[in-house]
Ligand binder design. Sequence first.
Ligand SMILES: *Cc1c(COP(=O)(O)O)cnc(C)c1O
Length: 435
Amino acid sequence: MKYYSTNKNTPAISLREAVIKGLAADNGLFMPEHIAKLDTAFFETIQNLSFQEIAFEAAKLLFGSDIDENKLREIVFDTLQFDCPVVKVTDSIYSLELFHGPTMAFKDVGARFMARLFKYFFGENEKLVNVLVATSGDTGSAVANGFLGVDGIHVYVLYPKGKVSKIQESQFTTLGNNITALEINGTFDDCQHLVKTAFTDAKLNEKLVLTSANSINVARFLPQAFYYFNAYARLKQAGVLEERELVFSVPSGNFGNLTAGLFAREMGLPVKRFIAANNANDVVYKYLETSEYNALPSVETIANAMDVGAPSNFVRILDMYNYSHKTISEIIKGYRYSDAEIKATVKKVFEQTGYMCDPHGACGYKALEEYISESEVGVFLETAHPAKFTETMEEIIGSGKIPLPQKLADFIKKERKATSLGKDFAGFKAYLLAQ
Ligand SMILES: *Cc1c(COP(=O)(O)O)cnc(C)c1O
């Protein structure tokens, strides 16, 4: 399969090239040229398959022409060493829990798949592939853990000194092996600037193979389609979909997750519609309401992984539906919630049902509670474990209520190691060349 750029000013390229490039030469995002459909017969018996088996069938459609089938099976099964279960919260609202992976956030799925795909394509290269990733917290940990121990690849995680939480920091500074943490004396934007400049520096690129593990990479966002299929299968198995249609509510920031859901639908998954649940960063909400799209600077909220003012994957959604506002606004409805509404939702759901939503998942929950009809069943994506936001959660539901999961406790116990660097590019470049 070839991948074209959403800007359509550069030739379509192979999957192998698209994953190493990340971004197209004309600054567009890569999209697969065709989206094939799974047979309707597949959906009739999907409930008899495991998550891994379902994911493999979807993966064959997406990547089967570029990867040997047995290898692809291995990649999928090894990526999904943890479950993405569907948990009942009320009679009409279910949580798709995406936090059972190593760093307890959904980004584990895409990052692990991407790492294994890199190994397949580049593991036997003579030259080491260097992955540079700037992080404000969660991306760095998912990427570092996804790539941990993968041959032929070295990961540099750049993070702003003093600006990520202890839990987050411990998830990428304690790994060692092929993961190096770089503590930058600056902001997240400084980190991102260093990474971007590195990709355009001629001398660095002559000496080193550099790539990003950005969420715009097709190897990261497409595998996120897998768990939508699983949610459908598990609800079908439970008999929930006999008289009702399925709606997904997706807490959104860069819109990678929602785009993956749209791919699942285009591949034939019986989804009636989607909800894009936002915090105060509402540019897509405004687009859906008015057909006008204007990127804005982001504003800080308690659902901070969704604090995005210019969602990078939005152009993929426009491209998929030929920029038709009519089509897009029929498939996706948008809602936005203030911090006060998010807090009230976390508290209410916990008190009424015993279920603990994190601040991101709570946006998804609230939109379902308000906007699904009796003929629909809603599934919201629970994108991270609530314990990743202990301070906010304890402020909302009271202290001592959130036990630290063993996985996170284990990270915190280990020794942290990072190399300190300034925010000037010359210093960063000299450091990379000396490795
Ligand atoms: C990254 C992230 C999001 C936003 O996902 P997008 O795919 O960028 O829309 C939502 N919740 C959590 C916890 C995240 O880490």
